[in-house]
Write a protein that binds this ligand. Structure first.
Ligand code: HEC
Length: 126
């Protein structure tokens, strides 16, 4: 009985555990089927792709610093995990904002490879 309770407690603890930025890198690399490139991620993040904005328009070219919304001018806390422990800990939030920001920036969803590359770059920033 004791053992069963211990196992149940362990399982619950695992399910409730917050995700980490590395988990997202692993997930996107798996979905993409290939390794991420931080260099490609940096280029993707800082370059406009036909639209009015790049990711850097709101998150800056150095996302360890705070950004500002390009339209509303509202402050945005740093995106890089090294500078902001709250980033990339909640899958619902991460998926929602990738969807929205990619649509605003490149007028489509980002591919798993693009997301993996951006993650690799953000994780490399100190
Ligand atoms: C027009 C402004 C704007 C642009 C352009 C933009 N973002 Fe964002 N981004 C935001 C805002 C606003 C939030 C939500 C508020 C917050 O979390 O600080 C956000 C949040 C995020 C998050 C949530 C992360 C987390 O766990 O908290 C991710 C991921 C993200 N952006 C990635 C990107 C990427 C990748 C691009 C380029 C494809 C991009 N953003 C372009 C404004 C922008």
């Amino acid at each position: 009985m004791r053992l069963i309770l211990t196992i149940a407690a362990l399982l619950c603890a695992t399910a409730a555990q917050a995700e980490t930025p590395r988990d997202f890198l692993t997930r996107f690399e798996k979905e993409a089927g290939s390794a991420a490139s931080a260099e490609r991620g940096a280029r993707f993040f800082t370059t406009k792709q036909g639209g009015e904005w790049s990711c850097a328009s709101c998150h800056t070219e150095r996302p360890t610093q705070a950004g500002r919304h390009a339209r509303t001018d509202k402050p945005i806390t740093p995106l890089a995990p090294a500078a902001n422990a709250e980033r990339f800990t909640d899958a619902a939030k991460v998926d929602k904002w990738f969807r929205r920001n990619c649509n605003d920036t490149v007028s489509r969803l980002c591919s798993a490879q693009e997301k993996a590359d951006v993650m690799a770059w953000l994780l490399a920033l100190k």
